[in-house]
Design a protein around this ligand. Sequence first.
Ligand code: AOF
Ligand code: ZN
Length: 341
Amino acid sequence: MAVTEAERDAMSRALALAAHGPRGVNPQVGAVILSPAGEVLSEGWHRGAGTPHAEVDALSRLAPGAAAGATAVVTLEPCNHTGRTGPCALALIEAGVARVVYALDDPGVVSGGGAERLRAAGVSVESGEQADAAEGLIAAWLEVQRLGRPHVTVKWAQSLDGRAAAPDGTSQWITGPAARADVHRRRAGADAIVVGTGTVLADDPALTARDGDALLPHQPVPVVVGARETPAEAAVRRHPHAPLFFPSRDLPAVLADLRDRGMQRVFVEGGPTLASAFLAAGLVDEVLAYLAPVLLGGDRLALTDIGVGTITDARRLTIDEWIPLGPDLLAVARPTPPEGS
Ligand code: AOF
Ligand code: ZN
């Protein structure tokens, strides 16, 4: 049966409700329950892992039996598994819901399959309604499900001859104010900002996202990777979020930990050793290379060993954008997938 106007309106409302929920381990999901005549009976949304799913939240606002014959309009396919909470498909069936309209399939291997279960119970099911908007809302969460880890951006600033610092280690500032402001804006779009202990000791970065001296509204959580101690007076310890410290060099384990904390986008800010380790491990989805028209010479390269021994092993990148920033140039790039993939 085609999607009705009332159902379409309810989906728009469900999308707005979903956005009230937090970004985190679970997706943002909204739900609206409609009477057989198309009137709104109740609304709900998911408030984060461990709390009721959107459908159950909406059903919980109804008197027993009130959802008999009703239509549930949901932004994600109702789940089919018992995770932190029970399966929504079953909750809808037990409440007597006759029809379900949802936007996006649940990509979870365990949680997916709710549509089939609903159909098997005789519920009429429609999918794909306003799927693009639903996808836009939880794009970062979907990306984490696809990658099996958070999305990783690696950023560095380099001289035109590929150096990240002068021979004595000084590096402030290689790029100009426009490039540095661009970095701050992009930092603010990340959930975590990762540096190695070498960078903490050498540069003492604050790792905040700023506009001039003002803190931007969203601050990524600072993450320090490496065995060396971060000094008590380090600027990162004064960040609005308490830093996370990982003495391990096991980057997949670090990313798994960040994912478990609900982090979806990770910004790696150096230095060269850590950036190279992420690249060598094949854990980079986006490269931001800020090129400054300056020459430094010496051996403080922007990258060290990334596992390339010979030219046929070179890591090819595909450029998404070249962005001029004052006298500097930003390359926004991503690893070119191997041929045939
Ligand atoms: C729904 N409705 O509102 C949400 C769903 O471990 P749990 O119980 O928290 O389940 C988490 C999974 O359930 C999550 O990874 C995603 O596949 C789905 N999220 N499903 O039916 C909701 N938030
Ligand atoms: Zn569910």
